[in-house]
Design a protein around this ligand. Structure first.
Ligand SMILES: Nc1ncnc2c1ncn2[C@@H]1O[C@H](COP(=O)(O)OP(=O)(O)OP(=O)(O)O)[C@@H](O)[C@H]1O
Ligand SMILES: [Mg+2]
Length: 454
């Protein structure tokens, strides 16, 4: 629900618009001219403004400029029947959120209004971070309200206190480790949470890291060493990058899972472990099983509970909460003071497909926070101005194409414009922003290339 100011002198149109907004659950307020609008703005909270251009006491553009001169100005959407195309450019330059032509398409207006309200909410929220900056952030908190995250939290709650092994799968940066930590935290196990990265250590060292070794068992083993299975007694052993575990160690791990027993490297004494095992991988283990690179029996043993983490592009509704949380975290860690994200930055972040998921978001925000000269992150600080990276949302991150494509500039432009249109789901305002062209320039290309929305 939001308070929407309609500035419109055509009573019938204004009433239709009010009714439509009420149907959407908003609270409309109507002004018939600029002065009434100024009066409402001075006395009431307004979350967004729908503004006509030609009004009895002046031009909508004048009010737009006045509004945008104030800090924390609500988004303004121009809704007008004026046919002068240069007005579209002028309005966007003056800071209008979007430009909707009369007769208007209700769906277009709804989408634009929703986006405008969401952006405004985010920028206010990000401003609020400044106030709460001294509050410590829980670095391992799982953030998100999407159905995927809610499902995840439920699963964590139901498996935390059991002994069952858990396999966490998901693309890189989706939060596998943070989930493993959450399971351990809620398990109330008295021991430690110990991560082992199966890909970071050479095979022999990895074996000794996991199982420990006896003195003299290999060159350099000058004393007995406890392995992670021993150190994680009554705790959780987190086997990260499990897909990289060599076959020989897969066999040993299987035995630990089946019997709870193992020997140190070079040792004969059989030891018991009470560690719970949580494994994570961004590889497709099932495919690895088929190719004979991962043991099938181990796969089924570990896969008792499988948590699949959704990529960020499939839960973009979490982007604003995550951004707020990560900025808070970054400000605290680096003593930066980023309070704000510009609307254009936000538009870009929403259009990007985040192949590196939350980790990429965190990295990009960290770099932007460090480079940021005042308190607002502007699009240039994101380093995302290569929308070619931003392939379709359902696709996974792709490697850049190595071989040059032998196509004309015209052809390249055509494809690129089409791609961005599909991306923004034909949101022309966003498309113009990403492409850095005006609305008429976009319209010209749509016509030239014969694109249509269906
Ligand atoms: N839902 C989330 N809420 C808050 N922070 C998150 C969330 N998901 C991931 N993060 C943060 O993103 C970063 C990457 O997460 P994490 O290391 O858990 O990912 P991963 O899946 O293990 O990635 P990789 O495959 O690259 O190792 C961490 O700093 C983590 O705190
Ligand atoms: Mg990880």
């Amino acid at each position: 629900m939001a308070n929407i100011l309609i500035v419109e002198d055509d009573e019938v149109f204004s009433q239709l618009l009010s009714m439509h907004l009420e149907d959407l659950g908003h609270v409309p307020k109507a002004a018939r001219n600029l002065n009434e609008a100024r009066d409402i703005l001075a006395h009431a909270t307004v979350d967004a403004i729908l503004l006509d251009q030609q009004l009895p006491d002046g031009y909508g553009m004048d009010l737009l400029r006045e509004i945008k001169a104030e800090p924390d100005a609500p988004p303004v959407i121009m809704v007008t029947g004026v046919s002068d195309n240069s007005l579209v450019i002028e309005a966007m330059k003056a800071g209008a959120y979007d430009f909707v032509r009369k007769p208007m398409d209700e769906l277009e207006l709804d989408t634009t209004l929703n986006n405008a309200l969401r952006n405004h909410r985010l920028s206010r929220k990000v401003k609020a971070i400044h106030m709460s900056m001294d509050e410590p952030v829980n670095m391992n908190q799982i953030v998100g309200r999407s159905p995927g995250i809610t499902r995840l939290l439920k699963t964590i709650g139901s498996v935390a206190s059991s002994q069952a092994s858990v396999l966490i799968t998901g693309e890189s940066g989706t939060g596998k480790e943070i989930v493993a930590r959450a399971i351990h935290h809620h398990s109330e196990r008295s021991g430690l949470f110990l991560p082992v990265n199966c890909s970071a250590i050479v095979e022999n060292l990895l074996e000794s890291e996991l199982f420990g070794h006896e003195k003299g068992s290999f060159t350099g083993a000058d004393r007995r060493k406890q392995g992670k299975f021993e150190l994680a007694a009554n705790g959780t052993l987190f086997l990260d990058e499990l897909g990289e575990l060599p076959l020989n160690l897969q066999a040993k791990l299987l035995r630990v899972l089946q019997e709870g027993t193992y020997e140190r490297v070079g040792g004969t004494q059989t030891l018991h472990t009470s560690a719970r095992i949580i494994a994570a991988t961004n590889r497709d283990l099932e495919a690895m099983v088929e190719e004979g690179r991962f043991r099938e029996d181990l796969y089924y043993r570990l896969n008792v509970v499988n948590i699949i983490l959704p990529p960020l592009r499939d839960r973009m509704e979490d982007l604003s909460l995550l951004t707020e949380h990560l900025l808070n975290k970054i400000n605290q860690r680096l003593h930066t003071r980023v309070k704000n994200i510009s609307e254009a930055t936000w538009t870009m972040m929403q259009a990007y497909n985040w192949p590196g998921n939350v980790r990429e978001l965190e990295n990009i925000l960290t770099r932007a926070a460090v480079l940021c000269r005042d308190d607002t992150i502007t699009p240039d600080l994101l380093g995302l101005n290569n929308p070619v990276n931003a392939t379709s949302r359902s696709g996974t991150g792709q490697q850049p194409d190595q071989s040059p494509e032998l196509v004309s500039l015209d052809e390249l432009e055509q494809r690129h414009v089409r791609r961005i249109l599909e991306y923004t789901r034909w949101h022309k305002g966003k498309t113009c922003e990403i492409l850095g062209i005006s609305r008429p320039a976009l319209e010209r290309r749509i016509k030239k290339y014969g694109f249509d929305e269906s």
